[in-house]
Design a protein around this ligand. Structure first.
Ligand SMILES: NC(=O)c1ccc[n+]([C@@H]2O[C@H](COP(=O)([O-])OP(=O)(O)OC[C@H]3O[C@@H](n4cnc5c(N)ncnc54)[C@H](OP(=O)(O)O)[C@@H]3O)[C@@H](O)[C@H]2O)c1
Length: 292
């Protein structure tokens, strides 16, 4: 569902040619046939379904949304089969598009981004796990609800760290009408908002199988910025090599996609408690990596 939703946005916004790859070929063919009718009449772009990795040869961007099953309580429940899957997919991508920008959406994203990186040895700046920008949309949503303001009045609401229970909304950075939100909310509200962001997917699960449109739009924005050479600042999971005092772990940090298509890690000021939570989150991801 997530892969086809991202493809739908790319096709309907006339972004570029799309190859939709699925292990079950008929599903890829069917979804591609459906989405092809969403390509605007003034666009010459195409969408094509396949189960053959050789057809992705020389792609500029590869988005990975495959999933070997459903988890119910924790994104790490099917971690072993997901890691096996990402390694297999990594080998094929390395063979056919070694210079592509890789966006990993499949969960657990921080662990899969790490194993993809290790399997392929791609430049770390070409491999991003996408989820913290979705978590940040949720942060903005809850802040605007709690403070009864429009979400356009909220800025710099970043969620960093693991895409999991240890994710950290950076309250010390978030602003309402340009003023720090901590001047307006109390610690109980802060705690409630944090829990609501962390549990968003569990609440959503009560109504539909998985989140789909939020992650699709957040991913589309990143693909668009890469294809159109537009600057974009977002949080995303990337291999750290000493930044934020962390090494050999992938986790959500602020990054910037430059107009030359380069990915650069940005700094952000944390307060002391956020710094400690960031460290704990890194350790949680490391433990998950070690568990495989
Ligand atoms: N990063 C985020 O914020 C975020 C948000 C939402 C979802 N997600 C994640 O995105 C992933 C996709 O979710 P979804 O709802 O789109 O799932 P879905 O509809 O079940 O799609 C999963 C796809 O993966 C394919 N697949 C299954 N096993 C495979 C294998 N071993 N190798 C290759 N492909 C395989 C399936 O192919 P068949 O058709 O052949 O079965 C199916 O088309 C999940 O990991 C989910 O947790 C991440």
């Amino acid at each position: 569902m997530v892969g086809s939703s991202i493809a739908f946005l790319c096709a309907s916004n006339s972004l570029d040619d799309i190859i939709l790859l699925n292990r079950t070929k008929n599903k890829a063919l069917g979804v591609a046939l459906d989405i092809s009718n969403a390509i605007p009449k003034n666009s010459d772009n195409t969408i094509h379904g396949t189960n053959d990795f050789s057809e992705i040869k020389n792609s500029d961007v590869v988005v990975i949304t495959a999933s070997t099953g459903i988890y119910l309580k924790n994104r790490n429940e099917i971690i072993s089969s997901q890691v096996e899957m990402i390694k297999d997919i990594g080998k094929e991508i390395k063979r056919y598009c070694p210079s592509a920008k890789i966006l990993i959406i499949s969960n657990p994203i921080d662990v899969l981004t790490y194993f993809f990186q290790k399997e392929t040895n791609f430049s770390r700046n070409n491999v991003l796990g996408i989820a913290s920008s979705l978590d940040s949309s949720r942060f903005r949503y809850f802040l605007s609800k709690e403070l009864r303001v429009k979400q356009t009045q909220i800025s710099d609401a970043l969620v960093l760290g693991e895409h999991g229970d240890s994710m950290i909304p950076i309250f010390s950075n978030a602003k309402i009408n340009g003023k720090n939100v901590l001047e307006t909310i109390n610690s109980k509200q802060k705690e409630d908002i944090t829990k609501q962001i962390q549990d968003y997917w569990k609440v959503l699960r009560n109504f539909k199988s998985r989140s789909q449109f939020g992650i699709a739009k957040n991913t589309y924005d990143i693909i668009e910025s890469i294809i159109k050479n537009q600057t974009l600042s977002i949080p995303a999971s990337i291999l750290l090599e000493g930044e934020f005092d962390e090494k050999d772990v992938c986790m959500g940090v602020p990054i910037k996609i430059t107009s030359q298509g380069k990915i650069e890690i940005q700094s952000v000021d944390f307060d002391k408690s956020e710094q400690e939570l960031f460290k704990k989150s890194a350790q949680t991801i490391r433990n998950n990596i070690k568990s495989v």
